[in-house]
Design a protein around this ligand. Structure first.
Ligand code: PLP
Length: 394
């Protein structure tokens, strides 16, 4: 630990102090990056007993320990510990494997990140786990979808690409009354803007590749657990041999130190540009829960303390050529999927083909934006030029 603060500290201070132990590293501020597989035991007695603070590279090093402590503190009350995974999707997979078994049934939001769905339809189905997809707006009515073997409900708010807000406390109450677990992908808000474990979620997933890393250069994921689920989670991750490379762990820890500052800027610029887009004649709708016009706004306002820089828009009907022309014209928006870095992004998406519990009919082409750390006025000027060229296209 850095010196133990004598007064109660706020989350921003905690993000600076957590997981640090300078005196253990000759006074240096950051922990060393341990490239480690083999750990040598000092005596035969220690080796036979596996005695010592660390036992094996995959089981943990001072680097992983620092990151785990920092992430646990970030998740806040109710978090008993975290498991580190090599990607966000690995964190989703480990969560589902830790909580389900042959003959179980799970409920998954229809708006979930698509590879999560693929995992349910592939690996889980082969294992004999059945999935029912539900309307993300269902709230407490989810009760009617439970079966005697329903083991878990998977939530993600807002929905991937489509940004529906879910009433997580209501869903969690029903799930717990029925004896089921609640699993959440909380990548969009991060624990800074939504604390799942304080709202009834048992296991909370972060694709650390996004905002925790924050610089488009690290693959990493984590799962935070309450006390009841932590042993099962840790055992699953350990038994599967999952671990994270030391440099990626270090980058994740470094990203964490500035998460609060970066996220505040993504939030502010994202909302500013979302409001600007709302006024544009080319735009039918902006899907962003922090906008007063958004159907999920009340839930967002009640449960979340901020928004990230990721949101979508529905354009008024346009030819594919016109939409491509718009995207190709943009200079400051890269066309890439993995968001949460410092740079702005845009992708064209379509949920029609894989939704099963809800119909996706937005009324026009849909684009997802990630608003980065650039000056928002420059981003607006870029979008303005893109729209002008789109107008001229067929
Ligand atoms: C909501 C969400 N969850 C999980 C993931 C998976 O993260 P990773 O790319 O680190 O596997 C993503 C990636 O886009 C995501 O958007």
């Amino acid at each position: 630990m850095a010196k133990t603060p004598k007064n109660p500290i706020k989350p921003d201070t905690r993000m600076v102090t957590s997981g640090r132990n300078p005196q253990a590293y000759h006074g240096y501020v950051n922990p060393p990056v341990y490239h480690a597989s083999t750990l040598l035991y000092p005596t035969a007695e220690d080796q036979v007993a596996h005695r010592g603070r660390y036992q094996y590279g995959r089981r943990g090093t001072p680097t992983s320990e620092a990151l785990e402590i920092a992430l646990t503190e970030l998740e806040g009350e109710g978090c008993a510990g975290v498991a580190l995974l090599p990607s966000g999707l690995a964190a989703v997979a480990a969560t589902l494997l830790a909580t389900t078994g042959s003959g179980d049934h799970i409920l998954v939001a229809d708006s979930v990140y698509r590879p999560t769905r693929n995992f349910c339809e592939g690996v889980l189905k082969r294992m004999g786990v059945q999935t029912t997809y539900y309307d993300p707006l269902i709230g407490a009515d989810i009760a009617s979808l439970f079966k005697p073997n329903t083991r878990a409900v998977f939530v993600e708010a807002p929905g991937s690409q489509s940004f529906e807000m879910q009433d997580i406390p209501s869903i969690a109450k029903v799930a717990h009354d029925k004896g089921a677990l609640v699993l959440m992908d909380n990548t969009w808000a991060t624990p800074l803007y939504f604390r799942p474990l304080e709202k009834g979620v048992d296991l909370s997933i972060q694709a650390g590749t996004k905002y925790i890393g924050g610089h488009a250069d690290v693959m990493f994921g984590c799962v935070a657990a309450n006390a009841k689920m932590l042993p099962r989670l840790k055992d699953t991750v350990y038994t599967m041999g999952l671990c994270v490379g030391p440099d990626d762990m270090y980058l994740a820890l470094r990203g964490l130190r500035t998460l609060s500052l970066r996220l505040a800027r993504h939030y502010q610029s994202g909302l500013y540009i979302a409001r600007w887009l709302e006024q544009r004649p080319e735009v039918l709708r902006v899907l962003h829960p922090a906008l007063e016009s958004d159907p999920g706004h009340k839930i967002w306002q009640r449960d979340f303390s901020g928004a990230s820089g990721l949101f979508s828009i529905v354009l008024k009907p346009r030819s594919q050529t016109a939409v491509y022309t718009f995207m190709n014209e943009l200079q400051l928006f890269g066309m890439g999927f993995s968001w949460g870095g410092f740079e702005s992004l845009v992708i064209l998406f379509d949920c029609t083909e894989y939704r099963t519990a809800t119909k996706w009919a937005p009324g026009g082409p849909t684009l997802r934006f990630h608003i980065g750390l650039e000056d928002p006025e420059d981003l607006i000027a870029d979008l303005e030029r893109g729209f002008a060229v789109m107008q001229a296209a067929k």
